[in-house]
Structure formats: C-alpha cells, structure tokens
Design a binder for this molecule. Structure first.
Ligand code: 5AD
Length: 366
C-alpha cells in the first residue's frame, strides 16, 4: 500500500490525521493522486452527512465596511467602491425568495460595522425574516461583534454565524489586518459559541506568504475549535487592494490556488468528517463552468447561491472576476440544478440542513 492509500484508509477508518499527513495531502499534485483524495473525501462525506447538496440563499446586504483588510475589495480605503445598503424590505424579499425556492436556509452577509443603528437594523431584519412563511434558517456574517450584539441577533432568531479566521498564522494575520488581532478573532469565535450559534469559520487559500504547513495548521484549528461549518476558498487578487496590486499574477496562478482550494476542502472533510463545508463563489469565479461543482466533488456539501436583487451585485466585489454578476436568483437556481445533475448530484430542497456536527455536539434534533 502506498503512503497515500494508507493515510486515506486511516481517515476513512475514523482516525484523526497528524499535521504532517494533512500537509502531505495538501501537497499532492499528481492528478491520479488528487482523484483518489477526492474520492475518499466523498466516500466519507456520504457516510457522515448523507447525499445531496444544501443550498443557502445569500443576500449581500451592504458593502459599507469599517475595516481595511489588505486583500478585500470593499475595504474602507477603496474609494472607487460605490457604497450601498439594501433596505429592510429588500433584504426580507431576498430571504423570502430563498424560502419560496425551497432553499430552507438563508445567509445575510455584509461589511463589518458595530454602530447601534446597524446592530438594530440587523436585529430587525432577522426578526422580520423569522415571520416569513417557511422561514429559512438564518445565518449571519457581519464580522466581529460584542457578546451583547451576538446575543441580540441570536435571540432575534438567527441560528448560524460565519466568521472566517482568514489564516491562523499570527504573522500573516497581522500583515493583512490593520485592525484587529488573531487573538481577538479567536475570542469572537468563542463569543459566538457562548451566544449559542452554530459556528462556521474558514480561511483564504493561496495567500502570498502562506505555506502548506500553515494550511495544515488551519485545518487543525478548525478541528480543535470544534467548528460546525467551514467556508473557504482561494484568495483572488483585487486590483484596487494593496495585496492585489503587489501580487496580481496570471490566470495560471489562480488555477493553482483553485486546485489547492479543492485539496483543502478534501483534507478538511477527511479530518473534520461531519461538518458542513461550502463550495464557495471564489471557486466558481476562477472556473465559472465547474468551480463549485468541483468543490462538491472534493467533499463540500453546501452551496450559497445569491438571492439578492441584481442592482447592487457588482458593488459587492471582494475580488476581481466575481461570478454571477448578471444572473438573477431564478437563473442561478436553474443552472445550479442542471450543473449538479450533470455531476450526479442533487439539491436537498425543503430542509434547513443543520450541520450533523452541531446535532451531535448538542444532542439537538433537526
Ligand atoms: N479573495 C478571496 N476571498 C476574499 N475574501 C475577501 N477578500 C477576498 C479576496 N480578495 C473573503 C474573506 C472574507 C469573505 C467574506 O470573503 O475570507 O471572510
């Protein structure tokens, strides 16, 4: 048996892999070896979380942000961005569409702010979405907030929260984030747990200066922090950001980050087993025809199609070449049904898709 076969066999038998093994898998580059990795990840996925893909209707509520992260297109310092805020009615309309499509879950994501008006606005949006017929399970993604704010949003009815750690390497973290610290972000993840959320985290993959050893440690962080959900994707340069300007690169570089991103998904599936893992828009942006589908085939089980109105879509550009800028929610849904059928997959309509990991750790029922 080869080293690869032995590692995959151990993961399938339920073992927790060593960091050196995670890194070995992340460094695979032979196509047949990668195919074996993805096949093992899918076998484990089917056993641990079942068949089919959960959808979460995404509303990008606002691109107004108080932070200046060096990679992000909507950073405060990017004066070329046309700033917008969806109204409450527009946000609720997006969530309603998700419910009508049978997505079972919705995500509100936007720039990070913590002023009282913003906190109350989100609270009200959560409350109103909870009153919809077939109200979707609601995820929020608005960055670091106080425990008080997290509790307020949880009590208003939100059940999930996404807060990527972005990278667990303290030097790399500090070099990318003029505000905040790695320790502060970890503390925010703990507050989310304390507030009773199903917690999702994740990283960007292929950042300049990021090694495969760092990524292996990121996966170990996901496991030890006991995350319920993982959302991660390749870093993609944005022409209006300091990081993008310094490291623009070529399409071949994007494709290398896509491949590394797929291996990260597979390795995370093998190590964390029963979590929900998203195939993100960044995968699709590098490979519009099949990026997210390849994420599913590498072990992901969630996709977050946009359900927000088209009018502000192009203003929520975190990176260059973002996919789906001109497709309305209906067109996105139709294409997704088709492309998943093409890879032998299907959507699990009408269920909220609570992470199996969360159900196990809390004893809660779906
Ligand atoms: N490339 C890829 N992902 C990015 N994000 C922000 N900027 C970029 C970029 N240039 C991701 C971050 C953030 C999420 C909302 O978007 O990981 O948490």
């Amino acid at each position: 048996m080869t080293r690869l076969d032995a590692i995959l066999r151990r993961a399938l038998d339920g073992a927790t892999l060593a960091e050196a093994e995670l890194e070995y898998l992340l460094r695979l580059d032979d196509p047949a070896a990668c195919a074996a990795l993805y096949a093992a990840a899918c076998e484990l996925k089917f056993r641990e979380v079942g068949r089919g893909v959960y959808l979460r209707g995404l509303v990008e509520t606002s691109n107004i942000c108080t932070r200046n992260c060096l990679y992000c297109g909507i950073r405060k310092g990017n004066s070329a961005v046309r700033r917008y805020e969806f109204t409450l009615d527009e946000i609720v309309a997006g969530a309603k569409l998700a419910a009508e499509f049978g997505y079972g879950a919705a995500v509100l994501q936007g720039g990070e702010r913590s002023d009282a008006r913003f906190v109350d606005f989100v609270t009200e949006a959560v409350r109103r979405i909870g009153e919809l017929p077939n109200a979707p399970a609601l995820t929020l993604s608005f960055g670091e907030q106080t425990l008080e704010t997290y509790l307020k949003w949880r009590e208003a009815g939100a059940v999930r929260y996404l807060l990527r750690i972005e990278t667990t390497d303290s030097g790399l973290y500090a070099s990318l984030h003029p505000e905040g610290t790695l320790e502060g972000r970890k503390a925010a993840l703990r507050r989310l747990r304390e507030a009773g959320f199903q917690v999702g985290t994740g990283v960007m993959i292929g950042l300049p200066g990021q090694s495969t050893a760092m990524l292996a440690r990121d996966v170990e962080f996901f496991r030890t922090v006991d995350a319920d959900m993982i959302g991660m994707g390749p870093w993609i340069p944005h022409h209006g950001t300091p990081l993008g300007i310094a490291h623009m690169g070529t399409h071949a570089d994007d494709l290398r980050r896509l491949e590394l991103g797929l291996r990260m998904i597979a390795v995370t599936r093998l190590q964390l087993k029963d979590v929900n893992i998203a195939a993100t828009t960044a995968l699709q942006s590098i490979s519009p025809a099949d990026g997210r589908e390849r994420g599913i085939l590498a072990g992901a089980n969630v996709i977050m199609p946009n359900v927000g109105d088209l009018k502000h879509r192009a203003d929520y550009t975190l990176y260059d070449g973002k996919a789906g800028l001109d497709e309305n929610a209906e067109a996105i849904r139709r294409k997704l049904d088709e492309s998943l059928a093409e890879i032998g997959e299907f959507v699990r309509y009408g269920v909220s898709g609570t992470p199996r990991h969360y159900l196990k750790r809390t004893g809660a029922r779906e």
